[in-house]
Write a protein that binds this ligand. Structure first.
Ligand SMILES: [Zn+2]
Length: 200
C-alpha cells in the first residue's frame, strides 16, 4: 500500500480504539513502515477483524500481520475447458524484442496474453484502469502484435509439433559429441589451461 493508505489505516486505528501510542516518538512511523509491506485491502480487512475482537487498544503490529497472514483471500486457478492451440493453455506467449543501445543490442522479452481462452483472459492487466495503485504496467493481448495469418501459423505449429528427423538427430548428436571431445577430460593440478587449444 502507499503511505497515504497506511496513514488511512492508522487513522482507522486511532479513531476506532480507545487507546493508542501514536503520539509517542517513532510509533506512527514504525506502524507506517510495517503496514506498507502489505496490501491496503488485506490490511483493512485485518483491522476489521482486530477491532471486532478488541477495540480498546490499538493492536500491535505483530497481531495485524498475523491476522493478515491467516486471512489471505483464497486464490483460485483458471483452467481451460478445451485446449487452446494458440497458447497451449499457458495463457500467454513471449515476444522477444531487440533494442539497440549504442553498440550493443539488448534483448527484452514481453508477455502478451492470449485473448482466445480463459487462462489467457485471466492474464489481462492494465495498471491504468485500476482505481487504486494506478501504474503503467500493462499486459497486452497478442492480437495487438500478431495478425490473423500469424495467429493461424501459431495454431498450426502447436497442432503439429516438430518431430526431429533421423538426419537432424544425427547432426545434433555430432555437435554434442564434438563439444564433449573438446572438453578437457582431466588436468593435473598445475596444468595450465593455456596449454590447451581453446575449442571455442
Ligand atoms: Zn490461449
Amino acid at each position: 500500500m502507499t503511505q497515504t493508505e497506511a496513514n488511512r489505516i492508522i487513522d482507522r486505528l486511532t479513531y476506532g480504539c480507545n487507546w493508542n501510542r501514536f503520539d509517542e516518538p517513532g510509533v506512527q512511523a514504525e506502524y507506517q513502515r510495517a503496514l506498507m509491506k502489505y496490501g491496503y485491502e488485506q490490511m483493512n480487512r485485518a483491522v476489521d477483524i482486530a477491532l471486532e475482537t478488541d477495540s480498546k487498544n490499538v493492536p500491535p503490529i505483530s497481531a495485524l500481520i498475523k491476522i493478515c497472514k491467516e486471512n489471505r483471500p483464497p486464490s483460485f486457478e483458471v483452467h481451460n475447458d478445451t485446449h487452446c492451440d494458440v497458447c497451449n493453455d499457458k495463457g500467454y506467449i513471449l515476444q522477444t524484442e531487440h533494442v539497440k543501445n549504442g553498440d550493443t543490442v539488448l534483448q527484452y522479452e514481453y508477455v502478451l496474453y492470449c485473448p482466445f481462452c480463459r487462462v489467457g483472459q485471466a492474464q489481462a492487466y492494465n495498471g491504468n484502469n485500476r482505481k487504486d495503485h494506478k501504474c503503467n504496467a500493462v499486459c497486452e493481448p497478442l492480437t495487438k502484435y500478431y495478425d490473423e495469418r500469424a495467429i493461424s501459423e501459431i495454431r498450426y505449429a502447436n497442432n503439429h509439433p516438430h518431430i526431429m528427423t533421423d538426419e537432424e538427430k544425427e547432426t545434433l548428436r555430432k555437435k554434442l559429441t564434438r563439444i564433449g571431445l573438446r572438453m578437457p577430460i582431466a588436468l593435473d593440478r598445475g596444468d595450465a589451461w593455456e596449454a590447451e587449444t581453446c575449442p571455442f
